[in-house]
Write a protein of this length. Structure first.
Length: 271
């Protein structure tokens, strides 16, 4: 690990992975509790499509990904809660499939498409520079600040919407703020760490946190810890064995989550 930290680009990669992982896992607790995991997957793929279109047209990948994700978040909020003929899940599935296809097509049509396909899916952590780090940090801090300021409203609408309505919380406005902050966070992270890693951080560490924690605040802390350890150990594994950085981080995150879930299950058997 110390040998890895001697290199500037690896220190930048580690910082980016920890910042993105901690932020996504924090917000991911809400994603799991609200049962909107598929929304996270669809938004991640929309972000990838936005990045692909930006690469094709010579625009900023960060801007392209952010606009696509925010548009998707607004579209999701505007979806009707109940529909007789077409369910919300069906629309999300269609958005996920189309976004995935367009992301690959946009990158394939760009002059340097082959070089960007892997980065689009798995990110390019080793290429994160000073400017990228600053933008990523600002976007993540902004999203987390929104969640901390609106903590009680977000928890109420997530855990007990009926109670939230009874105490005068404007559920539609709170949900709009939640999805916009989620979209902004995904849009900021998608270029640096890729669609697969974004989705993994949104789901796996929060699962570990909710499995172990007795309270919501503890779940946030455990999720952030799992994401941070996965980022550090995954990058070390990539450095030590010459493996792709993004998939290494996801693999470590998955193994840690599985081990924590298995340990919790064993403890429950003895109780």
């Amino acid at each position: 690990m110390l040998e890895m930290l001697k290199h500037d680009f690896l220190r930048h990669a580690l910082a980016a992975a920890i910042i993105a992982g901690a932020s996504l896992s924090f917000v991911g607790v809400y994603v799991i509790l609200r049962r909107i995991v598929f929304v996270g997957a669809a938004l991640a793929q929309l972000g990838a499509a936005g990045v692909g279109l930006a690469l094709l047209t010579g625009q900023s990948p960060l801007l392209g990904g952010s606009i696509a994700v925010l548009a998707g978040a607004l579209g999701f909020v505007a979806m009707p809660q109940q529909e007789r003929t077409v369910s919300r899940e069906s629309l999300l599935g269609a958005a996920y499939a189309l976004a995935s296809a367009f992301a690959l097509l946009f990158v394939a049509l760009s002059p340097v498409g082959e070089a960007h396909i892997s980065a689009l899916l798995f990110g390019d952590l080793l290429a994160v520079g000073h400017g990228d780090m600053e933008l990523l940090a600002v976007a993540c801090l902004f999203a987390i600040a929104v969640h901390l300021l609106a903590y009680h409203a977000f928890v109420a609408t997530t855990v007990d919407p009926t109670f939230a309505h009874s105490v005068g919380i404007k559920e539609r406005r709170v949900n709009l703020l939640f999805y916009l902050s989620l979209g902004a966070l995904i849009g900021a992270c998608i270029r640096a760490i890729g669609a697969l890693v974004v989705f993994a951080f949104l789901v796996l560490p929060p699962l570990a946190g909710l499995i172990w924690a007795k309270g919501l605040k503890a779940a946030f802390c455990i999720a952030i810890a799992v994401a941070s350890m996965s980022a550090a150990f995954g990058l070390w594994l990539s450095f030590a064995h010459d493996l792709p950085a993004g998939p290494s981080v996801v693999a470590v995150c998955g193994v840690l989550t599985f081990l924590l879930a298995a340990l919790r299950w064993l403890i429950s058997l003895k109780a």
